[in-house]
Design a protein around this ligand. Structure first.
Ligand code: PHE
Length: 370
C-alpha cells in the first residue's frame, strides 16, 4: 500500500482534477483506512465513467497515516503542497482529523472527514473551521444514542466505563455517554482508562467486576475492544459491552471469537437496511471488492467523495475557496448513509443505528433519530 513516503509521479496536468485521501491503511486500525479508500475509489471510478468533471479526469491520491496523527498531518501537507489536490478526504479517527484540520484551513483547501465524530474536528475552540467538513453525525448525539438505548431499551441502571485516554474520540464519547446516562437516572460505577495497543486489561476489569454493573461502556477501536472483551470473559464478567462506531470492523469478530455476544454498539448504517440506495451500493461494492460487504467506513467514504465531487462540479472555478463555498452549501444530498445537509458547524444531522452482536455476527437492533 502507498505510504506517506510514496513518491509522487507527476504534477497534476490541466486535464486532471486531483483529490486526496489520508487513511490508516496499516496499523491497529487498518480496516478503517482500507474500507474508506475502497468507498472513495468507487465514487471516483463512477464519475470518470461519466466523463469526469468539466471534461477532466478525476485522479485520487491516497496516503497511509499508519494510524498516527503526526503521519496524518505530514500526508495532508504533502497532498496540498506536492500533489496540488483541490480537496482531501479523511481521516476516520478523530485524533488524526484534528491533526489535519489546521492544514486545510491554512492552505484554503477543503477537507471532508468521512467518519470522524468528535466535535473538535470542525471546530477550533468555539470557531467553526472554515475549510473543514464531515459527512457523519457527531458524538454528543452518538453518546446520547447509547445512553438512551441502555436506559430505555435495556433497563440498565449501573454502567462501568473504560476509555482510551490517548484518543480524542474515546474520551469525548465516554463523557457524552456519561452526561446523558446520569441525566436519565443511571449510575456510573467506575470510569477507568486504557491506552490503544494495551495487551492486558485485567486490572481494570477486576476493579469493575467488584461493583457488578449491568454493562460496560467501551468507546474504543476494534482491536482493543475485542481483546478487552475476551479478557472480561476470562475473568468471569458476563455483562454485555456497549460501544460506538469504532467497533465497526470485520476484525472485531475475528479477534473477539464470540466474546462480544450480547453486546451492542452504535453505527452509521446497517447492511440489513432494505432501502434501494443501500442495497444498490452493497451490490456494486461486492462486485468491485470480491464479495465483501461494505462497512460504515466504505459507505461514508463513498458519500464524502460524492459530496466533494458534486461541489467541484458546481464550483465556478476549480480553486480551494470556490469548492469550499459549494461544500458548505450541501443540502439534502442523497448519500448512502442518509440525507446530508450541513449545519453552521459543518456537521450533518443524521440518525444512528444500534447493532447487536449474536453468534459473533452483527445484527441490526434499532434506529435512533436525532
Ligand atoms: N468516529 C470514530 C472517530 O471519530 C471513527 C470511526 C467511524 C470508526 C466509523 C469506525 C466507524 O474516531
Amino acid at each position: 500500500p502507498p505510504t506517506a513516503e510514496t513518491k509522487v509521479s507527476a504534477a497534476p496536468t490541466s486535464d486532471t482534477i486531483v483529490i486526496g485521501h489520508v487513511g490508516s491503511l496499516t496499523g491497529n486500525e487498518a480496516t478503517f483506512g482500507q474500507s474508506s479508500d475502497n468507498g472513495i475509489k468507487l465514487a471516483v471510478e463512477e464519475i470518470n465513467k461519466k466523463n469526469g468533471i468539466k471534461g477532466k479526469k478525476v485522479v485520487l491520491k491516497t496516503y497511509d497515516s499508519q494510524g498516527k496523527p503526526e503521519e496524518a498531518a505530514v500526508a495532508a501537507t504533502r497532498l496540498v503542497t506536492q500533489d496540488k489536490v483541490i480537496t482531501f478526504l479523511g481521516e476516520v479517527a478523530s485524533s488524526r482529523s484534528i491533526a489535519m484540520a489546521p492544514i486545510a484551513d491554512s492552505n484554503k483547501i477543503p477537507m471532508i472527514s468521512n467518519a470522524s465524530t468528535n466535535p473538535k474536528v470542525t471546530k477550533d475552540g468555539d470557531k467553526t473551521r472554515p475549510y473543514v467538513f464531515r459527512v457523519c453525525y457527531i458524538d454528543p448525539f452518538q453518546g446520547t444514542v447509547m445512553a438512551k438505548f441502555a436506559v430505555e431499551n435495556k433497563k440498565f441502571k449501573k454502567v462501568a466505563i473504560l476509555r482510551d485516554v490517548g484518543n480524542d474520540y474515546s474520551v469525548g464519547l465516554a463523557n457524552f455517554f456519561t452526561e446523558t446516562f446520569k441525566k436519565l437516572g443511571g449510575e456510573i460505577t467506575d470510569d477507568v482508562s486504557f491506552k490503544a495497543g494495551d495487551q492486558d486489561f485485567k486490572a481494570q476489569l477486576t476493579k469493575i467486576k467488584g461493583k457488578n454493573p449491568d454493562a460496560l461502556y467501551v468507546p474504543g477501536y476494534y482491536t482493543d475492544v475485542a481483546l478487552l472483551a475476551r479478557q472480561a470473559r476470562e475473568l468471569g464478567l458476563k455483562q454485555p459491552l456497549m460501544g460506538g462506531d469504532g467497533w465497526d470492523s470485520t476484525k472485531l469478530f475475528e479477534i473477539a471469537k464470540g466474546a462480544l455476544d450480547g453486546s451492542y454498539f452504535s453505527n452509521h448504517y446497517s447492511p440489513e437496511d432494505k432501502s434501494p440506495t443501500v442495497q444498490d451500493f452493497i451490490t456494486k461494492y461486492k462486485a468491485a471488492y470480491g464479495g465483501a460487504t461494505p462497512d460504515a467506513l466504505a459507505v461514508l467514504g463513498y458519500d464524502a467523495a460524492n459530496v466533494a465531487l458534486a461541489a467541484i462540479e458546481k464550483a465556478k472555478e476549480i480553486t480551494g475557496p470556490a469548492v469550499r463555498d459549494e461544500i458548505e452549501k450541501t443540502k439534502d444530498f442523497k448519500g448512502v448513509s442518509g440525507s446530508i445537509s450541513l449545519d453552521a458547524d459543518h456537521n450533518p444531522v443524521k440518525s444512528s443505528v444500534v447493532i447487536g452482536i449474536e453468534k459473533n455476527t452483527a445484527k441490526y437492533a434499532a434506529t435512533i433519530n436525532p
